[in-house]
Design a protein around this ligand. Structure first.
Ligand code: FAD
Length: 239
């Protein structure tokens, strides 16, 4: 399994992986000229020690390449991870650039995140949280209908602009951007992936990006079970 569905229309795909838990162990042991062929209990203890003591360089010899389809508001938060990360359309090569489907050139049908009536959250009690409990159904239903109406009307204006010869890079101004899905590639070291997951699984992260962090965690864990276990906890708090 290399693809997980997220939110109403999004997904995370793990396209490529370089390395494994053994890569972490062997890069740490190179200074002793030692190499493991398969992961032993001692190797697992070494991985836990490295994570616990903050000896992070062995976690940077492994790389994961993801394709993400998320609302723009999630992508903006994701793009903040710049150390050991690259978000590149093809191979994620230069570690300092990212690319997404920007709608300057692509006029594929836009897709929007539309929370269901029972998914609208209240304003938070604590200013450190982004949102609180689910609002009453009647409010959620009204929000759902209003957002749907807005998307329909903005989309009609977008189509009108394209049909009247306006370029795609300006026609997109009509689209409601925060909830519009964008597609991008994210290539990152194992350490950077764990850093993202730790921060964005935490309670103070926006619920929508928590869902993406859970998908990234699940996909990464299949390839790096010992390292992920050492670097990340389910709550997103480092052990
Ligand atoms: C709950 C939450 C709310 C947020 N709210 C906002 C907000 O309102 N506005 C906003 O702009 N951002 C916000 N952010 C984003 C946040 O400020 C970070 O940009 C983002 O979380 C990426 O983390 P980072 O900087 O550690 O990642 P990276 O930039 O990828 O850095 C990874 C790590 O590398 C090290 N590092 C990076 N740069 C240097 C350096 N120059 N020197 C030495 N070490 C370095 C640090 O240890 C750092 O943690 C929020 C993040 C969270 C989790």
């Amino acid at each position: 399994m290399n693809r997980l569905e997220v939110l109403d229309k999004g997904y995370v795909i793990l396209h490529d992986v370089m390395g494994s838990d053994l890569t972490v162990v062997n890069s740490a042991r190179v200074s002793y000229d030692k190499k493991s062929e398969s992961l032993t209990e001692g190797d697992r203890r070494l991985i836990a020690f490295l994570a616990r003591e903050g000896h992070t360089s062995p976690f940077r010899h492994s790389t994961l390449q993801f394709e993400v389809y998320s609302p723009l508001m999630v992508a903006r938060q994701h793009f903040k991870y710049i150390v050991g990360s690259s978000i590149a359309e093809a191979t994620g090569d230069n570690m300092d650039a990212w690319n997404e489907s920007s709608r300057r050139y692509v006029t594929e049908e836009p897709t929007f995140y539309l929370p269901q009536p029972d998914e609208w959250r209240s304003a938070p009690e604590s200013s450190k949280q982004g949102s609180g409990d689910i609002v009453p159904y009647v409010i959620g239903k009204a929000a759902w209908l209003r957002l749907m109406d807005q998307i329909d009307s903005d989309y009609a204006n977008y189509k009108w602009a394209l049909e009247h010869g306006i370029c795609a890079e300006q026609a997109r101004l009509f689209l409601p951007a925060y909830g519009m899905y964008v597609r991008y590639y994210w290539t990152a070291s194992l350490q950077s992936v764990a850093h993202f997951v730790n921060q964005r699984l935490a309670d103070d992260a926006q619920v929508e990006i928590q869902a993406y962090a859970r998908a990234v965690l699940e996909l990464a864990r299949e390839h790096f079970p010992a390292s992920i276990d050492a670097l990340v906890t389910e709550a997103g708090v480092r052990k």
